[in-house]
Design a protein around this ligand. Structure first.
Ligand SMILES: O=C(O)CCCC[C@@H]1SC[C@@H]2NC(=O)N[C@@H]21
Length: 234
């Protein structure tokens, strides 16, 4: 297993994607600082020193179907949550679709990108960095001096355990564990689809990864990627 460490790079996801053929399953690229860190939905990802900033490669033994691929963010989320629990106690939760929250604020973001049959799993965790004043209401840091390299290795190890479980047909167990940590459960949320805004109460995450939302006494299911949930609404 290769663990490539940069002091500064544009984005560890970019680097791994551009050099994907030189990497093997579970190889890791990390950086102390990213100058062009990327988040989901085309957002940029602020990447100061003190954050765990890394990407690792998942090279499945066979090509994953679209349905299987949509489960990877959940697997990455619950693995990261478990790795974090082992280094610091506290109130962790999983925020659908793939964020880890700590005391109801975002601690970690995950960006998974497919390159043919490979997946680059990119993770950013606020470990030692301080959160800027203007986003302190939505983001949090562990403010821990824990060894970042060790944490990265732990996350990848946990991911491999959950991924093997998934490939062995034990998705049901994984989704139950995710639901036991479901941050949105019973919270009132707003869902934006195009110009439309829906309001409802989040319930469980269904077996297929869709979020159940109760609206006017009825349960509706929302897919990954179809919606955004207003961060400042819960
Ligand atoms: O919540 C999000 O929007 C996802 C953020 C993912 C950030 C990580 S940091 C390491 C890797 N390299 C990137 O450019 N992005 C991911």
């Amino acid at each position: 297993m290769k663990f490539l460490k940069f002091n500064e790079i544009d984005s560890t996801n970019n680097y791994m994607k551009e050099n994907v053929s030189s990497f093997e399953n579970y190889d890791i690229v990390s950086a102390k600082v990213q100058t062009a860190g990327r988040g989901r939905r085309g957002n940029s990802w602020l990447s100061p020193e003190g954050m765990a900033l890394f990407s690792f490669l998942l090279r499945p033994e066979r090509s994953l179907s679209m349905v299987e691929a949509t489960k990877l963010p959940f697997i990455a989320g619950i693995s990261t949550l478990n790795a974090l629990k082992k280094i610091k106690d506290g109130a962790y939760s999983f925020k659908w679709t793939n964020d880890v929250f700590f005391y109801s604020k975002k601690l970690c973001g995950i960006l998974i990108e497919r390159v043919k049959d490979d997946f680059v799993v990119g993770i950013g965790i606020n470990v030692a960095n301080k959160i800027p004043e203007d986003i302190k209401n939505i983001a949090i840091s562990l403010e821990s001096d824990h060894d970042i390299d060790k944490l990265i290795l732990k996350v990848v190890e946990e991911f491999s355990i959950y991924y093997e479980k998934f490939m062995a047909g034990k998705w049901q167990e994984i989704i139950e564990e995710i639901n036991a940590n479901n941050f949105l459960k019973d919270k009132k949320i707003r869902v934006h689809i195009g110009e439309q805004i829906f309001e409802g109460t989040a319930k469980n995450i269904a077996e297929d990864g869709r979020l159940e939302i109760e609206m006017n006494g009825e349960i509706k299911l929302f897919s990954v990627g179809e919606i955004t949930i207003e961060k400042d609404y819960y």
